[in-house]
Write a protein that binds this ligand. Structure first.
Ligand SMILES: Cc1cc2nc3c(=O)[nH]c(=O)nc-3n(C[C@H](O)[C@H](O)[C@H](O)COP(=O)(O)OP(=O)(O)OC[C@H]3O[C@@H](n4cnc5c(N)ncnc54)[C@H](O)[C@@H]3O)c2cc1C
Length: 421
C-alpha cells in the first residue's frame, strides 16, 4: 500500500528558511526531516493506519538517521536541536505520518525535558552532576542501541491536566523505588524499551503532592510491567496507545529522568514544554492544504488528471484554507520561538492560543479539504481521510486540550494572580 503523499510534488518547506529567518543548521535539519518524511514515512503511513500497528521500522530508520537523538546535546553525540528547532522538524514529519511524528514526540521529550529544559532550571551542583551522569546513560541507550522511550502520563483522572497529584506512586526503597499504578493512552505501548512515567514520590505517611512528581524511565522488561487492552481508535492509530499497568515494579534510582522536584518546577516555570504535542498537527494542517491544491490542479498521484480548480467555490475554499494555515503558522512560530524559563504572562497566553489554534485549525482545514475536494478524495488509498481522522485527535490531548487552553486564557486574561470576585 502506497500513500498518495509519497510522490506529491508539493512539499516546499512549511517554514521557508529565508522568510522565517532560520539558521543554516535549522534549514539543513528541516530539509533532512522533510526528505525522510517524504521518502520513508509517507510510503508506510497507510499500512500502520490500517493495521493500527506501531511504526517500528520508521523508528529503526530514525535511529540510523540520527533523528532519535535530535535533542541529545551535540557534545553527547546527538544532533543538538533546541526546542524550536525540534518543533519545526516534527512539523515536517507530521505532514507525512501523524502517528509516527506524535510517537516520536513522546520519545524526544524524554531527551528534551531531561536535556535543554533541565539545564534552564536551578539545581545544586551535586544534583546537576548526578543528573548529567544519569541522563548520559539514557542518551547512550538511544545513540548506541536505538532505545525507544514512551511518555505515559495520563491516568483518566485530573492528574494529567495538572490539577492533582498522579495516582501512580513511587515508594522510595533501598537503591530506588517501588512503583504502582495505571496509565491510559500509553502511546508506543508494547514497542517502547522504556516508559517515561510521571508518578508521585511518596514515602509512607506522606501526603501526595504535585511538588513530588517524579519522572522515571521504567524498563519495559521490568517485572510487574504489562500492557493490556486493545487499541482501535478513530485516528492516530499507529501510536498504539494501550493501557500500561505497573504492579510493584522495582525501578533503580539511576532511571530518574529528572532529579527530585524538578518536574514540578519545569511544569510551572517552563510551560512551553506542553506545546510539544502541537508540531505534529501543524504538519497535518499543511498536509491537508497541500493535498487540496494538488487534487484541484489534477496532480494528485493515483487519481485521474481531472482539474477542478476553475470553479469559484473551490477557489474561495482554498483561499480560506490558505488564510487559516498562514494564521496558524504565524502564531505557532511566534509561540515556539518564545519558549524559555519564566515566560511573561503574555507569552504564556500566546502559547495557549497557539496550541488551541493548531489543534482546532488542523482539523478544520482537513474538514474543509474533504468538503472541497469531494467524494473521490475520501477514498482510503488517498491520504486525506487519514489526515482528517488524525487531525481530530489533537484538541483532545492533555494537558493542554483546546478546551483547557480556552478556559485558562479566559480566566488568566481577566484575573491577576490572587484576584477573586
Ligand atoms: C492519539 C492519542 C495519543 C495519546 N498518547 C498519550 C501518551 O502517549 N501519553 C499520555 O500520557 N497520554 C496520551 N494521550 C492521552 C491524552 O493526553 C488524554 O489524556 C486523553 O485523551 C484523556 O482522555 P479523557 O477522556 O480521559 O480526558 P478527561 O480527563 O475525561 O477530559 C475530557 C475533557 O475534559 C476537559 N478537561 C479535563 N480536565 C479539565 C480541567 N481540569 N479543566 C477544564 N477542562 C478539563 C478537557 O478538554 C478534556 O479533553 C493520547 C491521546 C490521544 C488521542
Amino acid at each position: 500500500m502506497q500513500d498518495s503523499l509519497a510522490s506529491s510534488a508539493h512539499d516546499a518547506p512549511i517554514f521557508a528558511p529565508d522568510a522565517f529567518r532560520l539558521t543554516p543548521f535549522q534549514a539543513e535539519l528541516l530539509d533532512k526531516a522533510r526528505g525522510f518524511g517524504r521518502r520513508v514515512l509517507a510510503l508506510r503511513a497507510t499500512k500502520y493506519d490500517r493495521e493500527a500497528s506501531f511504526p517500528i521500522e520508521n523508528f529503526r530508520d530514525m535511529h540510523r538517521e540520527g533523528l532519535l537523538a535530535i535533542c541529545i546535546p551535540r557534545e553527547e553525540g546527538g544532533l543538538g536541536a533546541d526546542f524550536a528547532t525540534y518543533c519545526l522538524a516534527a512539523a515536517e514529519l507530521g505532514r507525512y505520518c501523524g502517528a509516527t511524528a506524535l510517537s516520536w514526540n513522546m520519545h524526544v521529550c524524554s531527551t528534551l525535558w531531561s536535556g535543554a529544559l533541565a539545564d534552564d532550571l536551578p539545581m545544586s551542583e551535586a544534583e546537576r552532576s548526578a543528573h548529567n551522569a544519569r541522563r548520559r546513560m539514557h542518551y547512550r541507550r538511544i545513540l548506541d542501541h536505538g532505545a525507544i522511550y514512551a511518555q505515559p502520563f495520563s491516568e483518566g483522572g485530573a492528574a494529567a491536566a495538572g490539577a492533582v497529584a498522579f495516582g501512580t506512586e513511587a515508594r522510595p526503597v533501598e537503591g530506588g523505588f517501588r512503583v504502582g499504578g495505571k496509565k491510559i493512552f500509553a502511546s508506543l505501548s508494547g514497542a517502547a524499551d522504556y516508559y517515561g512515567v510521571l508518578c508521585t514520590e511518596r514515602a509512607q505517611g506522606d501526603t501526595a503532592s504535585r511538588r513530588n512528581t517524579l519522572y522515571l524511565a521504567i524498563p519495559a522488561a521490568a517485572e510487574g510491567v504489562s500492557v493490556v487492552g486493545d487499541w482501535d481508535p478513530l485516528g492516530m492509530r499507529g501510536t498504539v496507545s494501550r493501557t500500561l499497568l505497573l504492579e510493584d515494579v522495582f525501578v533503580p534510582e539511576q532511571e530518574m529522568l529528572m532529579p527530585h522536584g524538578v518536574y514540578f518546577q519545569a511544569a510551572t516555570r517552563w510551560p512551553h514544554m506542553f506545546l510539544t504535542l502541537s508540531p505534529t498537527y501543524m504538519g497535518l494542517a499543511q498536509a491537508a492544504y497541500d493535498f487540496t491544491v494538488a487534487y484541484l490542479r489534477g496532480e494528485m498521484p493515483g487519481t485521474p488528471p481531472v482539474k477542478r480548480r476553475m470553479y469559484p467555490t473551490k477557489q474561495i475554499a482554498v483561499a480560506e484554507m490558505h488564510i487559516a494555515l498562514e494564521q496558524t503558522k504565524a502564531l505557532w512560530f511566534q509561540a515556539i520561538s518564545e519558549a524559555r524559563p519564566d515566560p511573561s504572562k503574555e507569552q504564556v497566553l500566546r502559547a495557549y492560543a497557539a496550541q488551541a489554534t493548531v489543534m482546532e485549525n488542523a482539523n478544520a482545514i482537513a474538514a474543509k479539504a474533504l468538503r472541497t475536494c469531494g467524494g473521490q478524495a475520501m477514498l482510503k488509498p488517498l491520504a486525506l481521510e487519514r489526515i482528517y481522522r488524525d487531525s481530530r485527535c489533537g484538541s483532545l490531548m492533555l494537558p493542554w486540550t483546546a478546551e483547557i487552553c480556552i478556559d485558562r486564557i479566559g480566566r488568566e486574561a481577566l484575573y491577576q494572580p490572587g484576584e477573586k470576585d
